[in-house]
Unconditional design. Structure first.
Length: 452
């Protein structure tokens, strides 16, 4: 059976105290709304519909960067969660599968939990709701149970004193057959304490039609919604803690896991070693047995088996390190492929380049890739030797087994097997240093005497 995901993301998020729409605030480099969509991705939705309102254009643009096939619909006025879901009706007019509603500001729902909601639907319940035992139930809708089935959900503002005693709360997520969901919502009114069209009102309407609602229970931590900067900061901590635990579980070696920061999509193979204080930006994959040494910063890059990076290295987007490559301290690599066994050990900038296998790049070497207007490429062959402090003025090609002399400024191609020397020739003037020392010493003594 096909599924659809509806993500509610129209709210302003006043309490974030920010110009940025709430769902675009980031945890581990990904916007909240993207975390929410990722959670739902486990059910392989045929359609993903985002209901946006505040900051519509920005939300739409960001969502489409991550999910180009998503449909972003507009909720002009925020008249409640039920009203928000109704905005997805047009986009799902020809769709007859199950729809799962998630909140764009609730990033930690586990994919397995959403799958359980779909499974519960298969078990015969018309609606499946996510519930949790709340430590402090006061902000949440309460689940009024009749045995195993849910009778209704009462929002806190509308709850009676006895209902307020209930600690089983609504996590916000709903799964139901899409046409039936829209049909039930069309019967919901705004006759409640907030004057809103509540999504939660479909439960008792369904009950009057003899349709049952089941509850999938999860841990409160999963349903944590982000409303304030403090919530966001806490969520960052929770995310890192979970990600570190998952990395350790997968066989990554980290002597000081708490000092390492991951991105939402960091992937690291078994037996890789990550030294303290490494920061991973988005889109990094590290293969089995690679070593990332302390204080390195990596984003948008791939590090293959047996490669070693850092300490204090910076890998920027498009850095591709093949097997057994070594990138040493204070080296920056951007948009460059380093073939097997290549070494750039100290203090270099390698950008828009390709370095052939087993080539050694000496300390202080720089690919001068930018002329102020355009970027140019540097090609270095295999088994080449680039002398320390070589300036490679791109576009330029260095052949296989070629060499450049230390301190050279290379601005034309070097053929295979050639040695390129491009620097001033050294001249020794015998005795001249001694003469110069004494001349300068006398000059200084004269000046000091004049001042007295
Ligand atoms: C909702 C539930 C409540 C549950 C709680 C869990 C309803 C009526 N109440 O309450 O039972 O315990 O979540 O956190 O569903 N949104 C829109 N458009 C709107 C209104 C909301 O897109 O018109 C979006 C918000 O941006 C947010 C989500 O829906 O992402 C939830 O809305 P919010 O106002 O936070 O609902 P709660 O009052 O917390
Ligand atoms: Ca909320």
């Amino acid at each position: 059976m096909p599924t659809a995901l509806i993500v509610l993301a129209a709210g302003r998020g006043t309490r974030m105290n920010s110009d940025l729409p709430k769902v675009l605030h980031r945890i581990a480099d990904a916007p909240l709304v993207v975390h929410a969509i990722n959670s739902g991705a486990a059910i392989e939705p045929e359609k993903v519909i985002i209901v946006a309102g505040h900051g519509f254009e920005d939300v739409q643009k960001t969502v489409l960067e991550y999910y180009p096939d998503a449909i972003v619909v507009k909720q002009e006025d925020q008249k409640g969660t039920g009203h928000a879901v109704l905005q997805a009706k047009m986009a799902l007019s020809d769709f007859d599968g199950d729809a799962v509603v998630v909140f764009g500001d609730t990033p930690f729902v586990r994919p397995e939990t959403i799958q359980k909601m779909i499974d519960m639907r298969k078990g015969g319940d018309a609606i499946s709701i996510l519930g949790f035992e709340a430590k402090d139930p006061s902000p949440f809708g309460r689940l009024v149970m009749a045995g195993d089935t849910l009778e209704k959900i009462v929002e806190s503002k509308d709850a009676s004193d006895t209902e307020k005693q209930i600690s089983l709360c609504n996590g916000g997520l709903v799964a139901a057959n899409a046409p039936q969901l829209f049909d039930l919502l069309s019967q919901v009114d705004d006759n409640n304490a907030s004057g809103e069209i509540y999504l939660t009102s479909i439960v008792d309407i369904a009950a009057t039609k003899g349709l049952t609602t089941g509850v999938v229970r999860c841990d409160e931590a999963e349903t944590m919604g982000i409303n304030t900067r403090a919530d966001l900061a806490h969520a960052q901590t929770v995310f890192q803690k979970d990600k570190r635990a998952a990395m350790l579980e997968n066989g990554v070696y980290m002597a000081n896991a708490d000092s390492i920061f991951f991105s939402f999509d960091t992937e690291i193979g078994r037996d890789a070693i990550i030294e303290p204080y490494v920061v991973f930006g988005p889109s990094v994959t590290i293969e089995t047995g690679a070593t990332i040494r302390a204080f390195s910063h990596l984003e948008g890059c791939h590090v293959a088996r047996g490669a070693s990076v850092g300490p204090y290295a910076r890998l920027r987007p498009g850095a591709e390190l093949n097997e057994n490559v070594k990138v040493g301290n204070f080296v920056e690599v951007k948009n460059a492929v380093l073939d097997e066994g290549a070494k750039v050990s100290h203090l270099s900038y390698i950008g828009d380049a390709h370095i052939g296998r087993e080539t050694n790049v000496g300390a202080g070497t720089i690919t001068c890739n930018y002329d102020g207007f355009m970027k140019h490429r540097t090609e270095i062959g295999e088994n080449a030797f680039i002398g320390s402090n070589t300036m490679l003025v791109a576009p330029v090609t260095i052949g296989n087994q070629a060499m450049t002399a230390t301190g050279s400024v290379i601005n034309s191609d070097v053929p295979d097997g050639a040695l390129a020397i491009a620097r001033g020739r050294q001249v020794n003037k015998n005795g001249l240093a001694i003469k110069l020392f004494s001349k300068l010493r006398n000059l200084k003594e004269k000046r000091v005497a004049e001042k007295k």
